[in-house]
Design a binder for this molecule. Structure first.
Ligand SMILES: [Zn+2]
Length: 155
């Protein structure tokens, strides 16, 4: 048997995800994305870091928060007709389905990484636009976003 070449594979996905979350916690504490943070993100998510950074810099990220339960989902602009829907540990894009969920090629998709970093940055430093909705309105919006995401993935 050949030894695994990728250093990220030394850890299980769960361990790597935990570490990735702790990097985001460190970003939150520092209030900015430093070179050290970027190096760590590169270690775990080299395949999506550049495209995630592009999303952070150029695309709209909407955070929809339910009140009073504080549940949330995110919508990230895409080249496709409908934005991608993100729930914790889920993104509606094809890369998430094929590379993250069905195989363990990637730890996260570019949208998930962008949202994790954006959520860790202070409000003024990210392009996240937050909308708060009452719990029942939030559930309706989520249902609609799921439907659009499903329609889109079929077409
Ligand atoms: Zn995605």
């Amino acid at each position: 048997m050949q030894a695994e070449s990728s250093s990220a594979r030394l850890h299980s996905n769960a361990d790597a995800l935990r570490t990735l979350r702790s990097v985001c916690a460190a970003i939150r504490e520092t209030g900015e994305l430093t070179i050290e943070h970027t190096k760590l993100l590169h270690f775990f998510c080299a395949d999506v870091l550049v495209t995630a950074t592009d999303i952070l810099d150029h695309k709209s990220i909407k955070r929809i928060v339910a009140q009073p339960s504080r549940r949330e989902f995110y919508l990230v602009d895409s080249a496709a007709r409908h934005p991608h829907l993100l729930l914790p540990g889920f993104c509606s894009c094809q890369a998430y389905l094929h590379k993250v969920a069905m195989r363990s090629e990637s730890l996260v998709c570019k949208h998930e990484l962008a949202v994790m970093v954006a959520a860790a940055l202070p409000a003024g430093r990210s392009r996240v636009e937050t909308t708060e909705l009452a719990d029942d309105e939030w559930a309706k919006e989520l249902q609609l976003a799921l439907k659009l995401a499903a329609l889109h993935s079929e077409g």
